[in-house]
Design a protein around this ligand. Structure first.
Ligand code: SAH
Length: 213
């Protein structure tokens, strides 16, 4: 698990790329500049780690593109100590970003293989989520609700109701919605039954699947 000057240099270039594409949140940029993304991928793929691209990980899944991670993180508007639910732990890279932003993170993954790998790996890097859960993100995590923010890192064919109902008043849900192509969507809970909706253009994610394996 090496993090060399070369990696650090490449990471600063990646920060510049993401900034150039429009990310302004300094805390988010700082997190991208700090987290050794190459360690979240198989070592054979070192050359790809600091390009602004999604990349295959275990169980046919992907580590999201850094710009997408930054974009979703910026929309969450996290404050230190916020309780945040992530759906789709995957490699744990987005989880690490949330930790760097000072969130108390709960993250759900439905692929057992990824859940096991990432549960072992994140603490080794010093990232301690409140809870990593093997389960179905469509249901959210009722026992820990309400959340200040919820982030979905897979393409959702529709907006799961439990996720909206598990938001605190003032809370934010960031979710890519759609089948082949997704529209990045932000819901802000204004009242018990009142939600404000904002849309932010097209993204592409692996699908949010029902029924865990
Ligand atoms: N945040 C991840 C992105 C991984 S890709 C990262 O930074 O690497 C999306 C992840 O969502 C995959 O790991 C996939 O297995 C998971 N996923 C898909 N459907 C799910 C569901 N219903 N509940 C929880 N996780 C799910």
């Amino acid at each position: 698990m090496k993090d060399t000057f070369k990696h650090k240099g490449l990471r600063q270039q990646l920060v510049a790329v993401v900034k150039d594409k429009g990310i302004k949140d300094e805390q988010v940029l700082k997190a991208i500049g700090k987290i050794p993304r190459h360690l979240f991928m198989d070592s054979g793929f070192l050359d790809h780690a600091y390009q602004d691209k999604a990349f295959p990980i275990a169980a046919n899944q992907t580590i999201s593109q850094p710009y997408t991670v930054a974009f979703q993180s910026e929309l969450l508007n996290i404050k230190n100590g916020d309780k945040v639910l992530e759906i789709g732990t995957g490699s744990g890279y987005q989880t690490a970003v949330l930790c760097e932003l000072g969130a108390k993170v709960y993250s759900i993954e439905r692929q057992l293989e990824l859940f096991k790998i990432t549960s072992k790996f994140l603490p080794k890097l010093g990232y301690r989520a409140k809870k990593l859960i093997f389960g179905d993100g469509y249901k959210g995590l009722k026992e820990e609700a309400p959340f200040d923010s919820i982030i979905v890192t897979a393409g959702a064919p529709f907006v799961p109701k439990p996720l909206l109902s598990q938001l605190a008043i003032g809370g934010r849900l960031v979710i890519p919605v759609g089948d082949d192509i997704q529209i990045m969507t932000l819901f802000i809970r204004k009242g018990p039954k009142e939600f404000e909706k904002h849309e932010f253009g097209e993204f592409r994610f692996v699908p949010l699947l029902e029924d865990k394996n």
